[in-house]
Design a protein around this ligand. Sequence first.
Ligand SMILES: O[C@H]1[C@H](O)[C@@H](O)[C@H](O)[C@@H](O)[C@H]1O
Length: 630
Amino acid sequence: MSFSSNDHSLKSINIRMGSRHDKGAEDGQQSLTDPPSGHSITPGDLLDQNASPTPKFVYLLAFFSALGGFLFGYDTGVVSGAMLLLKKEMNLDTLWQELLVSSTVGAAAISALSGGFLNGWFGRRICILLASFIFTVGGVTMGVAPNKEVLLVGRITVGLGIGIASMTVPVYIAEVSPPHQRGQLVTVNSLFITGGQFIASVVDGAFSFMKHDGWRYMLGLSVVPAILQFVGFCFLPESPRWLLQKGQREEARQILSQIRGDHAVDEEFDTIKASIEEEEREAGGDGFILMRILNHGPTRRALIVGCGLQMFQQLSGINTVMYYSATILQMGGVRDVKQAIWLAAATSASNFVFTMLGVWLVERVGRRKLTLGSLFGTGLSLTLLAVGFLLAAQSSSPVTLHPAVPLNSTCGHYEFCEPCMLDPGCGFCFLENGTTVYDSSCVPVNETSKDRAAWGRCSNQTEETASPIWAYNYCPTSYSWVILMGLMLYLAFFAPGMGTMPWTVNSEIFPLWARSTGNACSAGVNWIFNVLVSLTFLHVAEFLTYYGAFFMYTGLVVLGIVFVYGCLPETKGLQLEDIENLFMGPLCSCGTSSPNDHRHVQYIRNSSEVRSTQYGAMETESDISYISLK
Ligand SMILES: O[C@H]1[C@H](O)[C@@H](O)[C@H](O)[C@@H](O)[C@H]1O
């Protein structure tokens, strides 16, 4: 017999065996420590529902909750297309445009942080209902907004909904899913996020022809999934884990049986119950939850890992790349705005399609390998993007015409397109013949609409092909194919891993008492870094140039690789109640706290007599002799 000490897994096995034994004794059933003669119990037996097909009800729950992810994606994605129409119709200046975009993300950060309290107190179901109600109110407000102020209120309202949904939905799905499918089902929520972004870009394209009021449909249509989710959740149950934590045992058992279909739920029910008691005992029952998380080693380490993952997700620059895709396409010669909108839809379609790959891979390769592989590819693609921008900058078109510009403008100083476009006050006005640029000038941008110059040839944009082209924020280049390839590769690598795993992993690494607060903090970190990265991008580009900015993101991704390699354990296939054990050791164990694929736990009866194991008895050496870890 061989035994390698792994007191963490022993502790959890101990909980299960002990509690199962108690139950078996009470009900006069056979206990787990009393397997049929000659049968050795494997972990598979312990989680026997793992091997069985998932009842359809779980899919239904996952679908209705993931509508929250859809709304998150839709409301964050739809605004770019709506803005093209809004800025003309409401005559919005840059400040208002930025306010309407960033207020949603800012509100999401605040509500995600406070959502932890709501979630722990009122439960997952009420929070999802609340989020869909808020989404509906926000959608109606935006759809009927008579002016920009009301529109801003609508954008802030949907932001509040997004924050609550973003932290509640993954937790709810994780808590109702069977362990062997948890990763996949939670990752479906990310699929719905990118699906929402994709549908938003299609809706943007479809309504872009409606110069008057098109934006009302774009922004207002979000009420459809919001109402669907609200109605659905009126009939769907609360998470049995949350109910058990609140002491509502009978309801919890009943819902667990309903969710698991025909499968016996005693085992799972007892495991959850025993570990709630154990966890509460270990972490100390009283006090402010965030303080308890920080004072208790395993949860403190889980919080660092969860927040770190969310931070690196945003520092990888996803929203810059998505936002910037239309400009990248313009650089490549797509000058028609309508065509650019449709091609931007192709970018979000790729993000969506590659997220599907993540859903497929998560239970096959596991969270750790998927995240590491994704980060590695993301880093390489960012390097390619940076090299593309570098080549474009080095072959930047010269300024050939120097019209007199006002004294207070810097635009007259530039000799090349590159520094001209990096100056937020200027744009590049040029004519082209095939790929040759000629008659080019650097002129001030119109304060109210960046789509045209303040004066001169490019101040009156027409659709005619012979008229000069106005390039704001970009330069024409023949290296756009390198950048485009970088963009596609970026999405292919980012979406399946870094786009999805931070949400999935966070939903499973916290013990029940810390789950709401832990997820609130990590989702809050995600939204805060989302605002930071999107708001700073243009300034960073101004100081470091575009290629400098993308090299900087590459550097941040390298830091992310070190962090993930060092600190992210594998959570695949484990019961939620076991995952805390992975954080018992030091913060960074380079994956060694992951369950070892080759180690097999066997429970062997060493006598024909039925052994009555008591709760906690396995900690003595003689008891351990009943287990062999190969
Ligand atoms: O996981 C999502 C997804 O990758 C989205 O495409 C992105 O816009 C969000 O910021 C992110 O949290």
